[in-house]
Design a protein around this ligand. Structure first.
Ligand code: MF3
Ligand code: CO
Length: 250
């Protein structure tokens, strides 16, 4: 079931997402070689709770942390660990979710640690660009899978691949709501988007194969070929005037 959100509800979802955006900004400022992903998780949880919100990922389907910290070949759902210590040349996807007064925020960025390879830089830029291409299609009357196709096309035109096994999602009074938002699809198909829909769009882009493997912890998703992966996510509202990014720092 897809719920169309009122202006008042959209502002509540924005408030939850503003906390996410502030956390991501803070994490960006403190990542450096030598810091562990567990320390990043501690900072994340502290900041979310200080803002009066709750970490939405913690306890979700048994997920043990407030942050997903996915380094290099890890696509998504990297569990923060004391023994995962960042080093120059790594790229890290930071994915944060919040619940504030019953409404949810969800966004992610991928960042370089020190100097990274040209391929890593290109992968991050293309993944961010594909998210922007998807968001640009989020207008009332557009077909959902046209948006999906725009993401896929943007990525594949630039020689990378989109992950099939994980998708974006509706978001509002739950972290995951209908519809699913794949990062691949047939243009002109799928439901028509409507003003009031709120979506988390989250392309996961691999340097090599799109195929995924899940590690023994049941969460960590890695590329089958162990090449690099990047991930960006925004929560957006579809309005009569087009897409509004709710997880962009005001
Ligand atoms: N942004 C991801 C998602 O929407 C992160 C979820 S992690 C989980 O699925 F722990 F909450 F599952
Ligand atoms: Co999400």
């Amino acid at each position: 079931m897809i719920t169309l959100r009122s202006r008042r509800e959209i502002e509540k979802i924005r408030a939850a997402n503003q906390i996410v955006a502030e956390v991501l900004q803070h994490l960006r400022a403190i990542i450096e070689p030598g810091i562990s992903t567990l320390e990043l998780d501690r900072e994340t949880e502290k900041m979310i709770r200080r803002a009066g919100a709750r970490p939405a990922f913690k306890g979700y389907a048994g997920y043990p942390a407030s942050l997903c910290a996915s380094v290099n070949e890890v696509i998504v759902h990297g569990i923060p660990r004391r023994d995962v210590v960042l080093k120059a040349g790594d790229i890290i996807s930071l994915d944060v979710g919040t619940e504030l007064h019953g409404y949810y925020g969800d966004a992610a960025v991928t960042l370089p640690v020190g100097e990274v390879s040209e391929e890593a830089n290109r992968l991050m830029a293309v993944t961010r660009g594909s998210l922007e291409a998807g968001i640009a299609a989020a207008w009332p009357g557009e077909h959902l899978y046209t948006l999906s196709h725009r993401v896929q096309q943007y990525v594949e035109d630039r020689g990378f691949s989109v992950v099939r096994d994980f998708v974006g999602h509706g978001i509002g009074t739950a972290l995951h709501e209908d519809p699913q938002v794949p990062n691949f699809g047939q243009p002109g198909t799928g439901m028509k988007l409507k003003a009031g829909m709120v979506l988390a769009i989250e392309p996961m882009v691999n340097a090599g194969t799109w195929e995924v493997e899940i590690l023994a912890d049941g969460w960590t998703a890695v590329t089958k070929d162990r090449r690099l992966s990047a991930h960006f996510e925004h929560t957006i509202a579809i309005t009569e005037d087009g897409p509004e990014i709710l997880s962009m720092l005001a």
